[in-house]
Design a protein around this ligand. Structure first.
Ligand code: ME8
Length: 644
């Protein structure tokens, strides 16, 4: 049997310090996709590793008074420990100091040199050591690195140059004819503009330090660290010795990288491959940054979040789930402790955890914990069964589109549907009458069966939770052997003895009180005065740009129980759905809002109001007589449009 292959990679990280949550983000996404495609029956290879050469590492080792090798060995051990704790199941971990890699990089250099595409000359220009990138004067911004805004150094040295300009048109043609090559589209446009502004030949060797792979034809030079690092994707699949392995896995299906290193992966790397006459990777996806207080996390800014400390506090799956669900893949997103706790409590403890707990408690009570035989299905059962099937199809499609957060949102709709099924079928009422015994059997079977399917669909993303649910369901078949096809309805064997355990996600108590900011729009009955313009209340355009004001369409609206001022709305923000809670119940009938295109602050910290999660705030204005009107625009403006 010939399985379809899937080769996925993360960047290989610099061991310039311990890893932070930003690195964990890319690697968690890659791990989840690798697990998902294995589950879908593909032959998957998942590569990560460490980028150990270069001036930056040599300097740090010197400062610490140890050899670079000694220094990287220690840090790389901490990388591997972290990945183990995060349940990252890579197939290979490549270190650029390994002999297999040195051989591969030297061979790439040799081949391109033999082709006449590498020549010796002199470099005079700027260098950003944190990014390990060369810059010509005209690309600098305020004399600083345009990527990281840090100071650059003047470098003047003999260098080998790679004629990348020669491949400019060929690369542009490839990008234009392969829309899937650079994703998301905004990054493609940035890269195309960069290429069109003209590519300069690239320095591919250095002489002012020696922590690198020697140029095979000139021992005075070491190979430029990015030329070295990018080659890792070939080394790990046997280049140059193992043709068969290389042909099996190359081209890579997906290089996942942060947006700041797209230039290396979509310009320099493809041109190296064009020069080697090898096919180009199918997709390079440049995801957004994880921000902390709206600023990029970085070691030099000292605002990094340590994943080990988070795992100690919350366990691994809340972190994996938060990263995958909270951040729309491709866009920047804030890391926020409060939001992590909210997500854990609402989605994991309430929705998923309680579903399992309630169901198994009832099964213990009514059937001694043993799954009964189902009888005829009624409409409500068929609906649940269809919902499970539709969810599976939707998740398959969304993951293929790399819409990971949306895929999890869809999965949680199924969890919500299963919780609703309990309320609709009221097993406790059926249990009161012996005449309803068959019906109770069917309901309890369905309830456990839908959770078998849920366990299979979530296990790629939150693997520890998948295992915990599976164990409590008491299913004997090994979870690792289960594939997508096992999610068809009816796979659960009647007679299975479940093993109810502790709640899989205990609720996390907040230390501070959650502010109810989102409800405040409807509270004030007084006509507010517009403040006169004065220096104290002026904001800069940058302050305004922090607000993510978005058009959203109201899909559903309903009152919040025991809160006479609140309405909860499901809104479409252009491809994503979310819930907001607003203090407008005394001014609007829920039905009047459905279909309206409202304006929301989309990047407001989520909050819980009367137990309901609110992810954003709508804008509204109050008139002199106290009536309130929600700000809205016509339906000509599509949901997701930005208000500027
Ligand atoms: O660039 N948000 O290594 P690196 C999201 N060695 N992702 C982040 C992040 C953040 N705040 N911070 C880091 C290098 N990352 C090179 C790569 S590949 C041939 C060589 C993730 O240690 C993201 O994937 O600086 C980013 O591209 C990568 O870590 C940079 O890691």
């Amino acid at each position: 049997m010939n399985k379809e292959k899937f080769y996925i990679t993360t960047p290989i990280y610099y061991p310039s310090d311990k890893l932070h949550i930003g690195h964990a983000y890319t690697t968690t996404v890659a791990d989840s996709l690798a697990r998902w495609y294995k589950f879908c029956g593909k032959d998957v290879r998942f590569l990560t590793g460490s980028d150990e050469h270069g001036q930056k590492i040599q300097r740090i080792a010197n400062e610490k008074g140890v050899t670079p090798q000694h220094y990287v060995d220690e840090i790389v051990a901490s990388f591997k420990e972290l990945w183990k704790r995060m349940n990252i199941e890579y197939d290979d971990f490549i270190r650029t100091t390994e002999p297999r890699h040195v051989r591969a990089v030297q061979e790439v250099f040799r081949r391109i040199y033999a082709k006449g595409d590498i020549y010796k000359s002199k470099y005079k220009g700027w260098y950003c050591t944190p990014c390990e990138s060369f810059w010509l004067e005209n690309r600098l911004e305020d004399g600083k690195c345009p990527d990281c805004q840090r100071p650059v150094e003047l470098v003047e040295e003999e260098s080998y140059f790679f004629k990348i300009s020669k491949y400019q048109d060929q690369l542009l043609h490839h990008i234009e004819t392969h829309p899937e090559f650079i994703q998301p589209e905004t990054r493609r446009n940035e890269m195309v503009n960069f290429i069109k502004s003209g590519l300069e030949d690239l320095c591919v060797s250095r002489t002012t330090f020696d922590w690198g792979i020697p140029v095979p034809i000139d021992e005075n030079h070491v190979i430029y660290v990015w030329f070295d690092a990018l080659t890792n994707y070939l080394t790990a699949i046997g280049f140059p010795d193992d043709e068969k392995q290389l042909n099996t896995w190359w081209p890579a299906d997906l290089h996942l990288v942060g947006k700041e290193i797209m230039r290396f992966h979509t310009i320099i790397w493809p041109i190296i491959l064009l020069a080697l006459e090898l096919p180009l990777p199918k997709t390079v996806f440049g995801h957004g940054w994880l921000l902390f207080d709206d600023d990029k996390m970085s070691k030099s800014k000292g605002n990094v979040v340590d994943p080990n400390a988070l795992i100690d506090e919350f366990g691994v799956d809340p972190i994996r789930y938060f990263l995958l669900r909270e951040i729309s893949f491709g866009q920047d997103g804030n890391f926020n402790r409060r939001a992590l706790i909210e997500r854990t409590n609402s989605d994991l403890a309430n929705d998923l955890g309680n579903l399992l707990n309630r169901s198994l408690a009832m099964l213990n009570k009514y059937f001694d914990g043993v799954v009964p035989n189902p009888d005829k299905l009624q409409d409500v059962d068929c609906e649940l069964k269809q919902f499970a099937k539709d969810t599976k199809d939707k998740v398959v499609r969304l993951i293929d589109e790399l819409a990971i957060s949306d895929a999890l949102a869809a999965l949680w709709q199924l969890i919500g549907r299963a919780n609703k099924y309990i309320d609709e079928t009221a097993p406790w009422a059926l249990a009161k009458d012996a005449a309803d015994h068959q019906r109770l059997s069917t309901v309890m079977y369905n309830l456990i069966e839908v959770q078998r399917i849920i366990a299979l669909l979530v296990k790629s993303f939150i693997p520890e939770t998948g295992v915990k649910i599976w164990q409590q369901l008491g299913i004997n078949d090994a979870l690792d052997d289960q594939l997508l096809e096992n999610t068809d309805w009816g796979g659960l064997q009647p007679g299975t003895r479940t093993k109810k355990g502790d709640p899989i996600f205990p609720r996390i108590e907040f230390k501070e009180k959650v502010e109810a900011k989102t409800a405040e729009s409807g509270k004030s009955q007084k006509q507010p005065q517009v403040k006169a313009i004065s220096d104290e209340n002026l904001i800069s355009i940058d302050d305004f740009a922090k607000l993510d004001l978005v058009i959203a369409q109201v899909l559903t609206a309903e009152p919040v129980k025991k809160a006479d001022k609140l309405l909860k709305l499901t809104i479409d923000t252009g491809g994503d759905q979310r819930q907001i809670v607003a203090g407008i119940a005394q001014h609007y009938q829920p039905d009047d809002l459905i279909g309206k295109n409202i304006v929301i602050v989309a990047n407001l910290k989520p909050a819980k109001l009367r137990g309901e999660l609110s992810q954003g705030m709508l804008l509204a204005a109050t008139s002199a007589d106290g009536t309130l009107e929600v700000v809205s625009v016509s339906n000509k403006i599509k949901p997701g449009s930005r208000v500027k």
